[in-house]
Ligand binder design. Structure first.
Ligand code: TYD
Length: 232
């Protein structure tokens, strides 16, 4: 991991329909209620150029996009987000919550599109100057269940979501392998659990991280700052 500021960086990952946005919002609200400054963002997107790249890569109607082009667009959007939004927020000591990060490219483009996980990881580590999350929350969802959940919502399926369940199965396996390889940096939860139960487990893990970070910072630089009265 390259040098990064005193804040805390948490990524939410998982297949489409896993409920990442709901959980990121819940965690953000809980931390803000305690006085932490929280920055929530999403990928692709999160910057003006990133939002343009988002519609280029997700909307139907741009003709065929080959796998390498797709990987580079996601990486370009991520480069902008890391440099312009995430790093500055961590430098200020904020808590950054992102809906998807590098693991999404490793899983979707590396495993799903078959570009190779190592190649896609290297590309993205270069793009972000190796900015890595302290914790990745993986909401594990069965592809068929994810599809049902998406069908129940109002939004039309984007280019990636409309791929076959088999494609989404490769992505699910890749996410689980990434988490199994570095268990200390992941919290893996079954996405079908009740929203409240997921939110409580995620907050519990983040609390432990904040306590550990606080202990590490005693006597050194200030760590994740609670702007109000709250502390973990
Ligand atoms: P997401 O924003 O999570 O979808 P939604 O807003 O509809 O819930 O992600 C959009 C799609 O982009 C999703 O199918 C996953 C895909 N994706 C990749 O293939 N690679 C990436 O690096 C990222 C960030 C997303």
């Amino acid at each position: 991991m390259s040098k990064q500021g005193p804040g805390l960086f948490i990524a939410f990952e998982g297949g489409d329909g896993a409920g990442k946005s709901t959980q990121a919002a819940r965690l953000g609200e809980a931390l803000e209620a305690r006085g932490f400054t929280v920055l929530r963002t999403r990928e692709p997107g999160g910057t003006p150029i990133g939002e343009k790249l988002r519609s280029l890569v997700l909307d139907h109607g741009h003709g065929h996009i080959d796998a390498r082009t797709e990987a580079l667009i996601f990486a370009a959007s991520r480069a902008a987000l890391a440099a312009q939004v995430i790093r500055p927020a961590l430098d200020r000591g904020d808590i950054v919550l992102t809906d998807r990060y590098i693991d999404s490219s490793v899983a979707y483009q590396g495993a799903g599109r078959g570009l190779g996980q190592d190649a896609v990881r290297s590309l993205n580590e270069w793009a972000t100057s190796d900015l890595q999350p302290h914790l990745t929350v993986l909401l594990d969802v069965d592809p068929a269940v994810g599809r049902q959940r998406r069908a129940a919502g109002d939004a039309a399926e984007d280019r990636l979501e409309s791929e076959a369940d088999e494609f989404h199965g490769r992505i699910r396996d890749a996410f689980l392998e990434l988490a199994a390889a570095r268990p200390d940096s992941y919290l893996v939860l079954p996405a079908h659990l009740p929203v409240e139960s997921l939110a409580a487990q995620i907050l519990g893990r983040v609390d432990s991280l904040l306590v550990a970070q606080e202990a590490e910072s005693v006597g050194t630089a200030p760590s994740v700052g609670a702007s109000g009265g709250g502390n973990a």
